[in-house]
Design a protein around this ligand. Structure first.
Ligand code: UFG
Length: 333
């Protein structure tokens, strides 16, 4: 595999992906503006893989700075993670989300076009499916309306890329993630939530660690077997491995743009997840039930058969290990 640029490569999914790329001996160049991570992640990646990380502190929205990276490095493919990702925050700051996520992609496409980059893998999300009750959901499900500005930026990103591939030779793969959780088994890298977490697992681990007093499960009156929401939780290392497959596929496939769901294909309820966390880590979590959270989809999980059939990828890590690794990581913080 030739030289891959990973934008946002020191972030949560980015850092795990850099590890998997280095594990297959790909040459990796990382750009990150450190808005949501720290520089020591580069050293931690090196500790895991034994390989140094070529790093540029660059904001992808800064087109001249990004161009310099393309000028200096002979990039053959890009994996684009760099973006804001908090659904709730996007409702508070919609313009910042359009600005950062859409401008960042456009800035990157400027370089991709100019330097004739062969492939681009785009971080998308199952949020593009909006408020649906149809699960398992396939990639063919219509994309109708986003439920947050964050979701809008993912839909717009996919649309821009679909258009872009009509006029440029770059091969594009959009990956729609379900709910990434867990951490690398070394517990050297994981998710670094800033402030009060809005996602379930960081809230669970911080409650177990005594940083938060109590977890509130948002709603137990949904039309699901135990009344709580259902999601498709996927271990971040499984997710990272899919990116390695996607880069290979993008470079060799005849289709200019393709889209894949990345999930386990199994839905698990919030209650099941909390109980699994308690069981595998042998602890009791202080939790209660509260009202529904505005904007939550009742239940969604992936039909991940396309990724299995076309990319030759499927998840290997079970919920038990997701919860064990999440707790192991929290204990290092
Ligand atoms: N939840 C709680 N209590 C909490 C936090 C979350 O009960 O303190 C519940 C939510 O109500 C939801 C489930 O846990 O039912 C998962 O919530 P997350 O916030 O962890 O994840 P979401 O499913 O809301 O969001 C995820 C990704 C987004 C993506 C979205 C698409 O974080 O990036 O899936 O559905 F857009």
């Amino acid at each position: 595999m030739s030289k891959i640029l990973v934008t946002g490569g020191l972030g949560y999914i980015g850092s795990h992906t850099v590890v998997e790329l280095q594990n297959v001996n790909a040459e990796v160049v990382v750009v990150d503006n450190l808005a949501n991570t720290t520089l020591d992640v580069a050293g931690r990646i090196q500790k895991i893989t034994g390989k140094p990380v070529t790093f540029y502190q660059v904001d992808v929205c800064d087109t001249p700075a990004l161009e310099e990276v393309f000028e200096k490095e002979d990039i053959s493919g890009v994996i684009h993670f760099a973006a804001y990702k908090a659904v709730g925050e996007s409702v508070e700051k919609p313009v910042a989300y359009y600005q950062n996520n859409v401008s960042g992609l456009i800035s990157l496409l400027h370089c991709v076009k100019k330097y004739k980059t062969k492939s681009l893998v785009f971080s998308s999300s199952c949020t593009v499916y909006g408020d649906t009750k149809e699960s398992p959901i396939t990639e063919n499900h219509p994309i109708v309306e986003a439920i947050s500005p964050y979701g809008t930026t993912k839909i717009l990103g996919e649309e821009i890329l679909t258009d872009f591939t009509k006029f440029c030779d770059t091969k594009v793969v959009c990956l729609r993630y379900f709910n990434p959780v867990g951490a690398h088994k070394s517990a050297l890298i994981g998710e670094l939530p800033l402030g009060v977490p809005s996602n379930l697992i960081p809230y669970v681990t911080q409650t177990a660690a005594g940083i938060r007093e109590q977890l509130t499960i948002f709603g137990n009156d949904y039309d699901t077997p135990d009344g709580t929401n259902i999601r498709d939780f996927i271990h971040v290392v499984d997710l990272a491995k899919a990116h390695v497959k996607a880069v290979d596929y993008a470079t060799s496939n005849p289709i200019s743009l393709d889209v894949f769901n990345l999930g386990t294909g199994v839905g698990q309820s919030v209650k099941e997840v909390v109980e699994t966390f308690e069981r595998v880590n042998d602890l009791k979590l202080n939790y209660t039930y509260g009202p529904r959270r505005q904007g939550d989809v009742e239940q969604i999980w992936a039909d991940a058969s396309k990724a299995k059939n076309v990319l030759g990828w499927e998840t290997e890590i079970e919920l038990d290990e997701m919860m064990r690794s999440a707790w192991a990581w929290q204990q290092t913080l």
